[in-house]
Design a protein around this ligand. Structure first.
Ligand SMILES: NC(=O)c1ccc[n+]([C@@H]2O[C@H](COP(=O)([O-])OP(=O)(O)OC[C@H]3O[C@@H](n4cnc5c(N)ncnc54)[C@H](OP(=O)(O)O)[C@@H]3O)[C@@H](O)[C@H]2O)c1
Length: 301
């Protein structure tokens, strides 16, 4: 069996991406072979492509999440069967037609969740659950850059825990944030003053998805002195008060979000114009590099 993989042999913009086809090795113990149906793109894929993050040697592969159909299982002992429809996470290799994934990373795809949604859940969901775990019990939360992949689910999970959420996005995404049940506010000049008008009390916590100095300074002014100020952006932190938050992979956290979406408590947004055929991956990577994704960008196979 062969697989076609998205690779890059050098760092750069999306024109470094190419396709490479190779024979798959014998399926290793504890692994399941999957024909990929959809795979989300996360900013980390594009940031690895440009060389901002150098997590692995060149040539490098991409993609940390997927949905698909099982085409081979390792033994009769596996609880999975050929033909099962699954979703899950994998480390930097899911932008490929056929992938081998550790059994423990697999979750059954609920029929009510489309391939595109299922394939784009793992990264942002597990990041959002990590954020809320690290923030702990709070009553109010400020979220910077909330209309993207991580923000969209973070604000909903926070609301579902009874937390009052005020969240920033551009003007284009104010209605979208309202539709997620939170109070939206436009980022940009005068953010602190506007925030203090709509929310005079200091926040218990804030989390930043944008990595801007504006977000950092606004949080320092608008969060209680003993409150939690976190950033997931992976950029230089401008104050020792700001804590870097890194995703902890946890299939049960992913399952929690999958169930919430299947049952209709949580929304997951994949705009039609954010769905790209695998053959047009470079266009999708170009798009995510712009930094203004609403919801998720997904490759389909
Ligand atoms: N630490 C970790 O473990 C971890 C895990 C996942 C992601 N990340 C990082 O976290 C960041 C967010 O990830 P994501 O998947 O949510 O990204 P995304 O889907 O690309 O969304 C980014 C959001 O940022 C907003 N934005 C752009 N410019 C902004 C500004 N100047 N001020 C405030 N918001 C702004 C955009 O909203 P508008 O379109 O309305 O401008 C967009 O919705 C990325 O840098 C990613 O690499 C880190």
């Amino acid at each position: 069996m062969k697989t076609t993989i998205l690779i890059a042999q050098s760092y750069g913009q999306a024109d470094v991406l190419e396709y490479y086809t190779q024979e798959l090795p014998k399926l290793a113990s504890g692994m399941t072979r999957i024909q990929v149906k959809a795979a989300g793109i996360n900013p980390i894929d594009a940031r690895r492509m440009t060389g901002e993050f150098k997590h692995s040697a060149l040539p490098q592969t991409f993609g940390t999440e997927f949905s698909g159909v099982i085409v081979e299982v390792n033994s009769n002992l596996s609880s999975w069967s050929i033909g099962d429809e699954v979703l899950g996470s994998g480390g930097s290799f899911t932008h490929a037609t056929i992938i081998d994934v550790p059994n423990e990373n697999l979750i059954k795809r609920p029929q009510s969740i489309s391939w595109e949604v299922a394939g784009s859940l793992a990264g942002a969901s597990q990041t959002a659950m990590t954020i809320l775990d690290e923030i702990g019990k709070v009553n109010s939360l400020l979220v910077h850059g909330a209309s993207g992949g991580v923000g969209s689910i973070t604000v909903q999970l926070a609301k579902s825990r009874g937390i009052e959420v005020v969240a920033t996005a551009s003007a284009r995404n104010q209605e979208y944030l309202k539709s997620l049940g939170v109070t939206p506010i436009i980022y940009g000049q005068g953010l602190t003053e506007r925030l203090k008008e709509i929310h005079p009390d200091l926040f218990d916590a804030s989390i930043d998805m944008s990595g801007t100095e504006e977000a950092a300074q606004t949080s320092l002014e608008c969060v209680k002195p003993d409150g939690f100020i976190g950033s997931i952006a992976g950029k230089r932190l401008s104050s020792p008060r700001i804590q870097a938050v890194w995703v902890k992979r946890n299939p049960s956290n992913l399952k929690y979000v999958v169930d919430g979406i299947a049952e209709g408590h949580l929304k997951w947004n994949v705009d039609e114009n954010n769905i790209y055929p695998f053959e047009k991956a470079a266009d999708a990577y170009d798009n995510i590099l712009k930094g203004h994704t609403r919801g998720k960008i997904v490759l389909v196979f």
